[in-house]
Design a protein around this ligand. Structure first.
Ligand code: NAP
Length: 486
């Protein structure tokens, strides 16, 4: 490895992968490849094209801090516009020529100071440093419901939306009531003849208004970066305050509870209101933010079914009360397996230690960005990263700043760097203790945040706290070894 010639592989070309590519270029590291499994760049916003797909974090905040987009038309951006923005940034910053498509990494093996990556199509790549930017909500979960294979109509997960299916005049069945389902329901209610929502657990829904960004504001943001920056910081501080409700502030929680209860009271039919009233604390699951959900769910043709599934039949879904709910298309808005992070990739680190061995009990990492025994293998937005309703972009930018410091050390001293196991365990224990006592752990609900022990796999800290905690690496927590050249 020779300084700026250091070879990097970034896995994934979503928001985090593109960010890391830009940061490498900025620091003069040009010898890198982004391996992308799909045929186009992007992650979440490429994969999710369901009706109503949007980001419920304010668009100006869901933007790289260095690549402002004064042109957002509304407070919340549509998925397609975010993807377009991401593509534009990747193009503008010179990332696109570095991306290789159709390259799903199936294994990464460390030997003699170098990472050897193999992709599904049999190609091999060597890297001195690997950066996994694979996303946490990447593997769709489709529940196994008896008889699903006999369903006569189309059925698909929201992240695999089949755009060839014409929904006009179709009766739609939708399983789930999370953030994704709420967006689909709000988009389809009243547009299709029948929408049957199968709800296992009611959700707290926080009302928001997707107000347009008037032309004068867009112009102002275009002409004056300082106005844009001011607005960005204001949104960041609002989001941070909102996040404190999850991490403990009683006042913020009380205010949020009240808004959610008030909105629920807008449901006219007492039976529907009963069905939609959760039995756990507001904010225990990721709060759903919606402009219009409560109107949508009361539209003619929309029905909420709370009985469990007996089986799926060719004509529709039979519930445990014996009723057959006839539908033409079945949509699974059933979320993602966040615990399959990095999988099914086979990762083998120092001394033949596999990721499965290191992560046998828990996805052990140091500050969510490095794994013991995996030298020069970096993660961005790894397990136990902060989350909730914060902007993931702020979080990954903070992690990227930290990673670039590690990278500079790896390159300048030509070393292998991995966190010590004890330091990682100690960090993780602290985070898990915090997480267990957060609203996500104590609020009385099930969610994708929780692992099999019932502990949230997110760090309940704010962006400001994250930035403080990872401002500078503490090299006492790392094993730093000279690289053995062969
Ligand atoms: P989710 O929050 O995990 O919700 C999955 C839904 O499917 C839940 O209602 C769940 O019910 C239901 N479900 C799962 N398995 C089921 C089964 N076997 N039978 C019946 N119901 C079942 O998934 P998501 O809505 O896709 O959201 C995942 C995450 O993506 C969010 O938390 C958020 O972080 C992110 N997201 C963000 C945005 C945004 O605008 N920023 C939009 C969409 C998604 P239970 O509640 O009973 O488990």
């Amino acid at each position: 490895m020779a300084g700026r010639d250091t070879r990097f592989i970034i896995i994934g070309s979503g928001i985090s992968g593109v960010l890391m590519a830009i940061r490498l270029l900025e620091q003069g590291y040009r010898n890198f490849t982004v391996l992308e499994k799909a045929s186009e760049m992007g992650g979440t916003w490429r994969d999710n094209v369901y009706p109503g797909v949007a980001c419920d974090v304010a668009a100006h905040l869901y933007t790289y801090s260095f690549a402002r987009n004064p042109g957002w038309q509304t407070r919340y951006a549509r998925g397609a516009d975010i993807w377009k923005y991401n593509q534009g940034v990747a193009r503008r910053y010179g990332v696109l020529p570095h991306i290789k498509y159709g390259k799903e990494v199936c294994s990464a093996r460390f030997a003699e100071g170098v990472w050897q990556l193999t992709t599904q199509d049999g190609c091999e790549y060597q890297a001195d440093v690997v950066i996994a930017a694979v996303g946490r909500l990447h593997h769709p979960v489709v529940p196994q419901i008896a008889g699903a294979e006999n369903f006569a109509g189309a059925q698909f997960h929201t992240a695999r939306w089949d755009q060839s299916v014409d929904l006009t005049c179709k009766r739609i069945g939708l399983i789930g009531t999370g953030s994704t389902a709420t967006q689909v329901i709000t988009a389809l209610a009243g547009e299709v003849p029948a929408l049957t929502v199968f709800q296992r657990t009611a959700q707290w829904v926080y009302p928001v208004k997707n107000t347009p960004n008037p032309w004068w504001r867009r112009l102002m943001f275009r002409l004056s970066p300082s106005h844009w920056k001011h607005y960005y910081l204001q949104l960041q501080s609002e989001t941070e305050e909102r996040g404190k409700a999850t991490t403990g502030s009683a006042e913020a929680r009380a205010a949020r509870d009240k808004v959610c209860h008030d909105m629920l009271a807008s449901i006219r039919d007492p039976e529907l209101r009963r069905k939609l009233t959760p039995d756990y604390e507001v904010g225990c699951k990721r709060l759903v933010f919606s402009d219009g959900f409560y109107d949508a769910i009361q539209k003619p043709g929309v029905e909420v079914i709370t009985e469990g599934f007996a089986r799926i039949e060719p004509e529709g879904v039979r519930t445990e009360d014996g009723a057959l709910h006839e539908i033409d298309v079945l949509v699974y808005a059933t979320g993602f397996d966040a615990h399959a992070y990095l999988r099914p990739m086979q990762v083998t680190g120092m001394d033949g230690r596999t990721l499965d061995q290191v992560w046998q009990d828990l996805p052990l990492s140091y500050h969510s960005v490095m794994i013991p025994h995996m030298p020069n293998f970096l993660m961005i937005n790894g397990p136990y990263s902060p989350g909730g309703s914060a902007s993931v972009i702020g979080i990954v930018e903070a992690q990227a700043d930290y990673l670039m410091q590690l990278i500079d050390r790896i390159v300048s001293d030509d070393v292998l760097l991995a966190p010590k196991e004890e330091a990682s365990r100690s960090w993780l224990e602290g985070v898990r203790e915090l997480a267990r006592n957060s609203l996500w752990g104590t609020g009385g609900c099930q969610s994708w945040y929780l692992d099999k022990t019932g502990t949230p796999t997110l760090n309940p800290i704010t962006l400001t706290e994250l930035k403080e905690q990872i401002a500078q690496p503490d090299y006492a927590d790392f094993v730093v070894e000279p690289r053995q050249r062969t």
